[in-house]
Write a protein of this length. Sequence first.
Length: 258
Amino acid sequence: MKLLKIDRLLVETAKLPMVKIDRELFLRKELRDRYRPEVIELAIQYNPAYAGIPVEDINKIAKSCIKGEATQVSTISAAAGLPGGFAILGSLPADLAQYFAHILRVLQKLIYLYGWSELGFDTKEMNDETKNLLILFIGIMFGVNSAVNTVHAIAAQVAKKVAKKLPQEAITKGFIYPVVKKIASILGVQMSKKIFANGVSKVVPVVGAVTSGALTYITFNAMAEKLRKHLAKDDLANIEIYKEKSDPLVIDAEFIEE
């Protein structure tokens, strides 16, 4: 079994159109019908919890985002299971690249809802900071315990900076590199096993297509939920962390049911 290299997969997938989620546009879209303009501006400038939006409200939005991405990616998986499947996209199978693209999309949506700043997808070459964070978040999705512990520690430090209105620059620099390297190695093995196992269903073309789509929805949803539940527990999403530092208006953020 050939092992996937997570670094290469990240770089190749990030080049696909529609992978990058614009944090400001995304938060405006998800919050505009639920909160007052001044609350939304604070959520964009700092983060939703800083703006006084409780994690229970964010959970509702996050679950809706997960459902949307899971539905899209399961359709792709079903199509890949049909006779002929997808072609090769660059150096990666197109269905793998598109599946992973949706992992990156839902990942970005979740971390922005739960308080993280925008990832650096703008440059031609993905910077180390972005790559490190992506590996950590994906590690959580695949159940790597060291990723959970590392993100929890980083989130606590970032929350302190947000509360004090300090810049969040180079939050992963230096000290976590050995951890990220180890997680990347674990991910390569785990993802290769999952992809190899999923490939078995394509032996029976039509039935395999339906099975592949259904299994993809379930597994994708489970991985995204794993990340969501972790992010919801971190300090970045805890409004109590910001109460002493934040503006008076943030205590009156109201969720409007659609």
